[in-house]
Design a protein around this ligand. Structure first.
Ligand SMILES: *Cc1c(COP(=O)(O)O)cnc(C)c1O
Length: 364
């Protein structure tokens, strides 16, 4: 059968291996498997969420509240924006999909960082758009600007902090860059790890409200999958000028977020203590990664997130090491697909990290 030609060179997104698969493949018991591959919150989610969703499970016959009022109200209060500036998706992934369809087509160019979140490229290809990448591994906004001038992209993605490298853009540099971009170019600021980043360094904090005040062509993305510990619920959001949000709404399928997910996200958003606690534990554990790698002379990228990118030496092979870790029940992310001889490890609990250090150092 012939399929849509645009899909011919789309690579399927490779999610971190689920625990279930490692159980089947290697016969390791689920309780002995540690997954540090998808930047999930190792402390789970707010206990309040667990209680709230139990009440919903008793009645699932009704469609969700399609206006998503409760979660929108929570988000608009948190970010000091209006409801009309918010769209909620099944993960912020879905918002990326909407915005690609809203803004780009087969004549478009999409400007992204050389190493960044894989879904930007996949959604770009769905609409037949061409990908333009920087050469710099870290967001070099001067290079972005040069390429913007030369290539005239319809969409620019800035991922801060960036996945899979963990580095972040300075707030001031970001705003200076946005100032130079014309109003018909959509700039996406993906803040999937902003809860971590802003706690580590306020000079890298991006507030959607400040973007909204000045730029009608910029959308900020956030998610409940990382610091809020709701990866399994699939909830993310976009915050932008109401004209952008209105266009995205044209692409939204009805009831795109389940009742359960909406409630979970609303309750999670209100429990700031849980997130703050997760974030501070994260950076405490991150210190151990910094110390371990320093001691072992392994280079890492300074991370503003809940993961660390370990750059391996020439005589070490990231694919081989990831595989060997996997056989021992430790799931991490091999970055060879990004042309990096590196592995990305989600910062886990004290116990999980200790286990990782032990296995990893033995394999080196
Ligand atoms: C995890 C992640 C997302 C979105 O995840 P969802 O689960 O779809 O909300 C978006 N961008 C980056 C950079 C991410 O790492």
């Amino acid at each position: 059968m012939n399929f849509n030609k645009k899909l011919e060179n789309v690579k399927t997104y490779e999610a971190g291996k689920p625990i279930e698969l490692v159980v089947r493949e290697f016969g390791i018991e689920a309780k002995d498997i540690i997954k540090l591959a998808s930047n999930e919150n190792p402390y789970g989610c707010s206990k309040k969420v667990q209680n709230a969703v139990v009440d919903i499970v008793t009645n699932m016959a009704m469609y969700p509240d399609d206006s998503m009022t409760k979660l929108k109200t929570g988000l608009s209060k948190r970010f000091e924006v209006k409801d009309e500036n918010i769209i909620i998706g099944s993960g912020s992934d879905q918002v990326i999909e909407f915005l690609m369809h809203a803004k780009a087509n087969c004549n478009s160019k999409i400007l992204i960082n050389s190493v960044t979140f894989a879904m930007y490229e996949i959604y770009a290809k769905h609409v037949g758009a061409e990908i333009v990448r920087t050469s710099s591994q870290h967001h070099d906004l001067e290079e972005f600007y040069t390429l913007y001038k030369k290539e005239k992209p319809d969409v620019i993605f800035l991922c801060t902090p960036n996945n899979p490298t963990g580095d972040a853009i300075d707030t001031q540099d970001m705003f200076e860059f946005l100032e130079k971009i014309d109003k018909d170019t959509l700039v996406v600021v993906d803040g999937a790890y902003m809860e971590y980043c802003q706690a580590k360094d306020t000079r890298k904090k991006i507030e959607p409200k400040k973007i909204l005040e000045k730029y009608e062509n910029v959308i900020y993305l956030g998610t409940f999958s990382k610091a809020y510990g709701l990866g399994g619920m699939r909830v993310g959001y976009g915050i932008a000028d109401s004209k952008i949000i209105k266009e995205l709404y044209k692409l939204r399928p009805p009831f795109n977020v389940t009742t359960l997910s909406l409630e979970a996200a609303s309750v999670a958003l209100a429990d700031e203590e849980f997130v703050n606690d997760s974030v501070s534990r994260n950076f405490k554990e991150m210190k151990r990664y910094v110390e371990m790698t320093k001691k072992e002379n392994i280079s890492i990228i300074n991370s503003y997130t809940n993961f660390v990118t370990l750059c391996l030496k020439e005589n070490q092979n990231s694919t081989k090491i990831s595989k060997e870790l996997l056989q021992r029940g430790m799931i991490v992310r091999d970055l060879s697909g990004y042309n990096m001889n590196a592995i990305r490890v989600t910062v886990g609990t004290t116990e999980q990290n200790t286990k990782f250090f032990e296995l990893f150092l033995k394999l080196l």
